[in-house]
Design a protein around this ligand. Sequence first.
Ligand code: PEP
Ligand code: MN
Length: 349
Amino acid sequence: MLIIFKKGYTEQQLNHAIERVRAAKCDPHVIHGIYKVTINVIGDDTQLDPEDFKKLEGVEDVISVSKPFPLVAREFKKEDTIVQVRNVTFGPDSFIVMAGPCAVESEEQTIRIAKAVQKAGANVLRGGAFKPRSSPYAFQGLGNEGLKILAAARKETGLPIITEALDIRDLDAICEFTDIIQIGTRNMSNFPLLKEIGKTRTPVMLKRGMSATIDEWLMAAEYILRGGNTNVMLCERGIRSFDSKYTRNVVDLSAIPVIKNLSHLPIVIDPSHGTGRKDAIEPMTLASLAAGANSVMIDVHDDAENALCDGAQALKPHDFEKIMACLHSLAPALGKTIPGAKAAIRNTV
Ligand code: PEP
Ligand code: MN
């Protein structure tokens, strides 16, 4: 059960409700969210009557949620969550395109690609400074130096930045230099990291674990919302299956309607890590838009042959421009807008 307080509630009213919850041997977890203060009642709340709580001074509403991820659940919040990242709005009416290299390799490379994806109409620049590599001998990313390069690319282009966090110790720097914290597939179940991110108010994109069920993914998101950070987006990046001969993973596009039904959080698709193949990026991107996703994230590199990470799946800027042109043609028919440089794209096709 969730007890939601009105804007002008008093501490006394909140404490009174807390006492009532404790008296029923339940644990009141108070969440100071971005907009509202809520008590999440943990434990067997069958003895508590929601109608009684609704009558309490200061209480706006009481919601019973059947899911194991109450704050993430659509039952808790009917309207789609809007995540604002600088001038970019992730929400029901827009389709946001994030693009850039898998890894930040140098300032020159990052700014060059940032300008290329911006010219093509991307809204957010992606780039990993901390890389979670399967092999400890593979390029691990430039670390803090990479964050400064991303900040320089933002200054140069104005594009907001998304970058991955691997370690709690890097969170302060990531929040200082970039705009969206990416939690990669390998860290979806890193609960200490999720709890720490819940304490920030920085927008987060939580990737689905490569073998995670939808419920496990949504419970991972719950860890972040429970800390009060409601700026959370979910990212489907492909799940492991028995057949990995032709694609790196299986992009679960059916997760889009399922998530929209279960949750109010925006959903992003990553067709690059999802398929691992260049020729699958365009069809999966267009399908994501058609299926109701709020955003996509695409690997783009202008020297993919020599990329330090995931070059095989990275699109050349020219191919990315073609996808942007298709998206711009398709979006109006689906009632979505893609903010940004439409005119620049038209010139390229
Ligand atoms: C990435 O986006 O750079 C990445 C490592 O993705 P994933 O966590 O999906 O493998
Ligand atoms: Mn990658």
